[in-house]
Design a protein around this ligand. Structure first.
Ligand SMILES: C[C@@](CO)(OP(=O)(O)O)[C@H](O)COP(=O)(O)OP(=O)(O)OC[C@H]1O[C@@H](n2ccc(N)nc2=O)[C@H](O)[C@@H]1O
Ligand SMILES: Nc1ncnc2c1ncn2[C@@H]1O[C@H](COP(=O)(O)OP(=O)(O)O)[C@@H](O)[C@H]1O
Length: 287
């Protein structure tokens, strides 16, 4: 079995510029990898694609993004043999943390080795974009500005080191529904340039000050519990809080490790999925 790590991401910023003729939205967002990962196992089998996962929310057929990644490589490079993909899920599903996209990216990277395809990261990212908008970023990991519908990636400096507390209410959010309800005339736009400057300066306070997500108010309206989690996280001592992606996961940035137990335990009181992890904002730190 070949094992590959599939880490989650958070959005430090997410701006939606306009709706495109192809029904996607033109976006500009800054994503960074966090140390909460699924583990993907890949084993060659005589034919076909099989998915194994103990998580009942994860599809085990062609709806699975890891399945689609394997199918795309098989079709593109005329691979006869098959693969068993086992998914050890740690990233909450439909959470705004790109779990499925990261599984697909890890499958592309793992099968590139298993099937000796010799593809570059750029080539894998381009293939990944055919399956989903977030997969290109997940192929590279680290910290990046994503443009277009999310597939145009420019590497950025890693954020100043800190803790990230993640809290997910017991709802899953459909990304398509959130983009569908988005109204560009009412949108709040984060300042992407200032966030890039904060990363260049390694300025923790400025990074906190410039967190922003144009989709947040849409999801908050659908699910008021997300706003409650934001409030609680701030009250328990996080330096800055934001919803990740289309939600519903809320993350809090925390510089002082001593503050983590209070925030973590406080949130565990009314939120079943809470994690305290580190940022892994540098591509080189990934395996
Ligand atoms: C919101 C974000 C932020 O990182 O992530 P998540 O919340 O899913 O983690 C992404 O933009 C999500 O990317 P991803 O989940 O890969 O989306 P896709 O599968 O490509 O698209 C799902 C649906 O979302 C909408 N969509 C997606 C991307 C985009 N730029 N504009 C859109 O309008 C479309 O309706 C599309 O049919
Ligand atoms: N490998 C996978 N892991 C989790 N969900 C997956 C996977 N493949 C497909 N899905 C489907 O994709 C949807 C979005 O899941 P996920 O990628 O975890 O969320 P998000 O896009 O919000 O970060 C889920 O509802 C699930 O049915």
């Amino acid at each position: 079995m070949l094992y590959v790590k599939a880490p989650a991401k958070i959005n430090l910023t997410l701006d939606v510029l306009h709706k495109r003729p192809d029904n996607y939205h033109e976006i500009e967002m800054i994503m960074t990898t966090v140390d909460l990962s699924d583990r993907i196992g890949l084993k060659e089998i005589p034919s076909g694609i099989q998915i194994e996962s103990a998580d009942r929310f994860v599809p085990n057929d062609s709806r699975n993004l890891a399945y689609q990644a394997a199918q795309l490589l098989k079709d593109t490079f005329h691979i006869k043999s098959g693969v068993l993909i086992s998914l050890d899920k740690k990233i909450p599903v439909a959470a705004g943390l790109a779990g499925g996209s990261s599984d697909a990216a890890a499958t592309l990277k793992g099968l590139n080795r298993l099937w000796k395809l010799n593809l570059s990261l750029d080539e894998l990212a381009e293939l990944g974009a055919k399956i989903g908008s977030d997969i290109s970023f997940c192929v590279y990991g680290g910290t990046a500005l994503a443009k277009g519908r999310g597939e145009i990636i420019e590497e950025l400096p890693s954020p100043p080191n800190c803790w990230v507390v993640l809290a997910k209410p017991t709802i899953g959010v459909s990304t398509a529904d959130v983009y569908g309800a988005f109204d560009v005339t009412k949108a709040e736009h984060p300042n992407t340039d200032q966030m890039i400057q904060a990363l260049r300066d390694k300025d923790y306070q400025s990074m906190c000050d410039h967190l922003g997500n144009a989709l947040e108010s849409v999801t908050l309206k659908m699910y008021p519990e997300v706003a409650q989690i934001k409030e609680q996280m701030k009250r328990f001592g996080a330096d800055a809080v934001l919803m990740s992606g289309s939600g519903p996961t809320v993350f809090g940035l925390v510089q002082q490790e001593a503050r983590i137990p209070r925030i973590y335990n406080g949130l565990r009181g009314f939120c079943s999925e809470v994690y305290a992890v580190r940022l892994v904002g540098d591509r080189e730190e990934l395996d």
